[in-house]
Design a binder for this molecule. Sequence first.
Ligand code: ZN
Length: 464
Amino acid sequence: MTHKLLAYATYRPHYTLPRSVVNAALTGVARGSGERTVAGYDEDAVSMAVAATRRLGAGVRSADQLYFGTATSPLLDKSCSLIVHAASSMHDRAFTLDVTGLRAGFGVLKSASTTGGVAAMADMRTGRPGSAVELEGGDGAAAFLFGEGADAVAEVLGSASVPMEVMDAWRVPGTSHALVGEDRFVDHALGRAVREVVSEVAKATGQTDPPTTSVVSTLNRRLAGALAASIRPDGFTDVQAVHRETTGYCGAADIGLLLADALDAAVAGDTVLAVSAGGGADALLLRALKDGPLAGVGGAGRRRPPGEAIGYYQYLTWRGEIGREPARRPARPSVAPPPSFRDSDWKFGLVGSECLECGKVYLPPQRVCRCGAVDEVRPFPVADLTGTVVAHTTDGVSDSPNPPSLAALVDFGTTGRLLLEVADARPSEITDGTEVEMTFRRTYAVDGVPNYFWKARPKNRSSK
Ligand SMILES: [Zn+2]
C-alpha cells in the first residue's frame, strides 16, 4: 500500500562556497563555475532536518512515523531521529527510526510512502581538500509528508530497486572524508543498474510512457546528467543541472532535494521519476496532482536567492579541517541530561506557557504566574512565530567560530520576549525592527557532543 504525498519542503543553508574560490586557494587559478551550499558552523544533519520538517506545516504533528536519513549523523548509538521528533513538535506516540548511509534518502522516502508519515533527510558532504567530493558536494535537507488526504500534492505510482554490491562510495568510521571508487568502473555498474530499474518501475506501475521529468541522484555530476537524459532525452529539464551547479550533491538528502525541485516545476498530471543511483539503483515514480509553485516558469529549477559566499579558510575552519586557535574563554558546560529531558518541550520545541487567568506569556514556561495562578497554564509555541528585534548587540570577543556573534531581544507581539543568538547574518543586517524567524541550531559541542537550542535569523532567509 502506498500513501499520497501531502506536503514537501527543502532546506538549503544560507552559506555557499564558490568553486572558483577553492581552486584559487589551492592552485592560484580561480577556475570552476557555480557554487556549493555550506552548512553554517552551527548546523548539522539534525538541525537541517528539523528546518525542512517544520516547513511541512501542521500535518507533521499528527504523523505517526518519522524516518530520518543521513550519512552524517552527529551521534551514533543514540537515535538522532528523536531530536528531530522533539524539535518538530510531533505527537508523543510517533514511531521514529534512523536510517544511515547515502541510500538512506531513498530509504526514508520509500518507507514513508509505504506506511505514511514523515521522511526527513539531511546531509553534509566533506571530502579531502580539493577533491571532487568537496567541490561537487553540498549540504542540505528535504522532508516529505505522506498520508491520506483529499488535498494531496502527488500520488505514488510505484517503486523498484536493483541492489548491487559495489564499492562506489564509502567512509571509514571515525573519519570525516568521503571516498569514492574509480569513475569508469562505477559509471559502468551504475549505468546498468539505472537502465534495469527504469525498466522495472515501468513494469511495476504499468507506466510504459517515459516520465515527464526524471531526476537522477548520484555522486558523479556528469554521470547523473547523462543518466537523467537517457531516461527521457526530450523531457530533460534543467532542474538537475541547476541543482548541481548551485547546490551540489547533498548525500542522503540529494534525492529529496531533486524530487522537491522537480515537483516545484511540475504541472498536474506530470509524472516524475526519482532515481537514486548508488549501490545499484532505486526508483520512485510519482504523478503530480497539483501545479508546483514554479510550474510555467519555463521548467526552471529552483532559483535560489543568493546566499552569502564564504572564503575557503572559513569553510575549512567550520569543517574542522583547520584547527585554529580558539578564543581563551571558560569552557562551555557539557549537555546536562536531566534538565534537557525535563525541559524538552522548551529546549527542543521552543514551547513557552500562557497563563489561563491573566494571559501573560512566559518564555521559558513557568508554573507560577505573578497574578497568583498556579499550574493554570497552556502551551505557547513560539518556533513558528515571526518576531521583531527590539534590541541587539554585537560581541566581537566571544568564542564564536564566525565572529562577531550577534544577540537580539526578540518580541513576539505578546508579553514574553526572548534573548537569542542570531544566525546567518552580519551585524549590518540586524537593526531594531528587523523581522526574524526561529531556527533550531547546534549551539556548541563539548567533546563532540552537540548541544541544540533555538536562534533567530532574518525572516527573508526563509524562501530557500
Ligand atoms: Zn496570570
